[in-house]
Design a protein around this ligand. Structure first.
Ligand code: NAD
Length: 445
């Protein structure tokens, strides 16, 4: 195993300069055979699914893992040993033990898959210790947290990638390919969201949640009690942001959010735990459906929907609409004026999916088989590992981590002030109009 010399990167070499300028990495170095040494902080459900993907690769080694839950640690150690790899060093000495993990000198990168409130502190600690950071979504939950990520990355020269896997969903990448080839004309409006009935995740059987529960019921439910806003914006926003070149020629300017009343979680507690269950007294703050509208500098609008408390089938609510046509994910349909067979009639997306399948997917279909979320998880891990290995900026960078994550606190403020407009910070400090996208311009990563 050989390690990666990060000095050039840290001290403003080509990679670091490009990380800050947004110059495309595609002109950079070719593939190499170095091993990327990774530590994982948070090996719950998501951390272990990322671990599984790392163990399938031949170019990564997981030297350290950290969690406050011994069972999660043990399950991860078992996975690693079953894959024939050496037992990693384990950090399970409480909430702050991650600070010891990031100091190790046998790690190139850390992946963070902990509850949301930890992400920023852990990412900042990782960058300050010189480790490339891959952080789960969202990367921060406050405006200051978003700035902390950007400032730390700029000051240290260390990249921070938000691990937004939906950017790599196959249909989403096909549509991005169609957007880039101009099939939809000039883009005008996009939609996305997180429409996922999480009631069975926010509560265990018997309507329990909080300390002592399992998985996300331990921590996620609490956000629905204390916050009202677009709490999980990045799965919807990631792909849209790539279509609209946010931070690479375009930017979010303002946002308004509006929430419905909150009924779903209360009704669920009563149905699952009974009318007299103590949790039936809780007043959930999170509106059942939160609608957010964003205006972009180049004149487009984006509508996001957060909808996690009501019975409904899963949907990310995607829509891309331009001067020449429209794609909608829910009905898997496309309409292109002058191209679609019948005026005013949808045609199936399958008429386009093969022809415009993204080159990245064409190249890596076999490797992505069996990876989580229909294969897209392979691509986000692949992109992170390749960016560390090649010492190039990640294709989803700290400016995106901040711009997408800041939607939550801005949306909370908007709702709290009668849906008033909120202005987005410009995390690129004016560079957005000059920066160049490095996302998925090749078939490599
Ligand atoms: N991209 C995706 O598709 C996707 C899917 C699921 C979850 N996620 C995200 O991944 C993150 C984790 O979600 P999850 O479903 O794995 O939750 P989880 O509760 O199953 O796992 C979180 C783990 O973090 C550990 N933890 C808590 N505090 C810690 C600390 N201070 N130090 C170390 N470990 C700590 C917990 O013990 C737990 O094992 C969340 O941000 C979630 O939004 C993303």
């Amino acid at each position: 195993m050989s390690s990666i010399d990060r000095r050039d990167f840290l001290k403003g070499g080509a990679g670091a300069a490009m990380a800050l300028s947004g110059i495309s990495p595609n002109i950079l170095m070719g593939q190499d055979d170095r091993t990327v040494r990774i530590g994982i902080i948070g090996v719950g459900g998501r951390g272990r699914s990322l671990l599984r993907l790392l163990l399938r690769r031949g170019d990564t080694v997981v030297n350290a893992i950290c969690d406050i839950n011994p069972e999660a640690i043990q399950r991860s150690v078992d996975m690693i040993n079953e894959a024939g790899a050496a037992t990693p060093t384990q950090y399970l000495n409480g909430d702050e033990d991650f600070r010891n993990l990031v100091q190790r000198d046998d790690l190139d990168a850390v992946i963070i898959a902990t509850p949301w409130l930890w992400h920023t502190d852990m990412a900042v600690a990782g960058m300050k210790a010189g480790k490339a950071v891959g952080v789960e979504v969202p990367a921060a939950v406050t405006i200051q947290g978003c700035w902390d990520l950007v400032n730390t990355s700029e000051q240290t020269g260390i990249p921070c990638m938000i691990m937004e896997n939906v950017c790599y969903r196959r249909d989403v990448m096909t549509v991005l390919n169609m957007v880039r080839q101009g099939l939809f004309g000039e883009l005008i409006h996009c939609q996305g969201g997180y429409q996922h009935d999480l009631r069975g995740i926010k509560f265990q059987p018997g309507a329990e949640f909080g300390p002592g529960a399992r998985g996300e019921a331990v921590w996620r439910t609490h956000h629905s009690i204390t916050r009202n806003g677009e709490l999980y914006p990045t799965h919807g926003m990631g792909p849209i942001s790539k279509c609209l070149n946010i931070n690479t020629g375009n930017r979010f300017e303002t946002l308004t959010s509006t929430a419905t009343k909150a009924r779903g979680l209360h009704n669920y507690v009563k149905a699952e735990g009974g009318e007299d269950h103590p949790n039936a007294d809780i007043r959930f703050k999170l509106g059942d459906v939160v609608t957010t509208v964003i205006k972009c500098a180049n004149g487009e609008t984006i509508m996001l929907s957060h909808d996690t408390n009501l019975p409904r089938p899963y949907s990310l609510n995607f829509r891309v609409q331009g001067t020449k046509g429209i794609w909608m994910s829910d009905n898997r349909s496309v309409y292109l004026e002058g191209v679609s067979p019948e005026p005013h009639q949808w045609e199936p997306f399958s008429n386009y999916s093969e022809q415009y399948d993204h080159p990245l997917w064409k190249r890596h279909t076999a490797e992505s088989e069996g990876a989580g979320h229909g294969g897209m998880d392979f691509f986000v891990v692949h992109a992170f590992v390749e960016s560390v290995k090649r010492q190039i900026p990640p294709p989803i960078d700290v400016y995106e981590a901040a711009s997408w994550s800041v939607i939550s606190p801005l949306s909370e403020r908007s709702i709290a002030t009668g849906s008033s407009p909120m202005h987005f910070p410009d995390f690129t400090r004016g560079e957005w109009s000059r920066r160049v996208s490095s996302f998925a311009h090749t078939d490599e990563y």
